[in-house]
Design a protein around this ligand. Structure first.
Ligand SMILES: [Zn+2]
Ligand SMILES: [Zn+2]
Length: 156
């Protein structure tokens, strides 16, 4: 008999309320949900692991935002999928993943959400420079720093 185990992501609603949705541009109902990794056995989540992040979902348009949208500082007005798209465009144009991550951190986004966006943008296929401690998306051929040909990284 096989024992099947792995990670599952579960999210639960922490709170609901009204916020001014940057997408709808008016007051909407929202759900604040917390996503968490669970250790799962036979696909049944058993042990709660790390928290991935907290997301605000507009119940009207379905767009997800960083939790900070509720307290209204600027960068979190940007939907997460748009941040991920922008980060991916950066990565595809040859920006190292480390630099894209720092750029997101500089916008004031929480560490959890930065990792979430980077994981979404970078994908599982990555390359690294044999000379610099830099990693790149698999679409990039050469290191932006030193010009060396990139090597495939083992899958995370
Ligand atoms: Zn909305
Ligand atoms: Zn290099």
């Amino acid at each position: 008999m096989f024992i099947i185990f792995g990670n599952r992501v579960r999210s639960k609603t922490i709170s609901t309320g009204q916020f001014s949705c940057p997408q709808c541009k008016v007051q909407r109902d929202y759900e604040l949900r917390q996503a968490r990794n669970w250790f799962a056995l036979y696909f049944i989540p058993i042990i709660p692991l790390n928290t991935i992040g907290e997301f605000v979902t507009c119940l009207t348009c379905g767009t997800q935002f960083a939790k900070e949208v509720l307290s209204m500082p600027m960068p979190s007005h940007t939907p997460l999928d748009r941040l991920a798209r922008e980060a991916r465009a950066d990565l595809d144009s040859g920006t190292p993943i480390e630099m894209a991550r720092q750029k997101l951190i500089n916008t004031g986004l929480s560490r959890d959400l930065v990792e979430h966006v980077i994981a979404q943008a970078a994908g599982s296929d990555q390359k690294h420079c044999p000379l610099d401690p830099l990693t790149y998306r698999a679409t990039v051929q050469r290191c932006a720093q030193c010009g060396a040909w990139l090597e495939n990284s083992p899958r995370a």
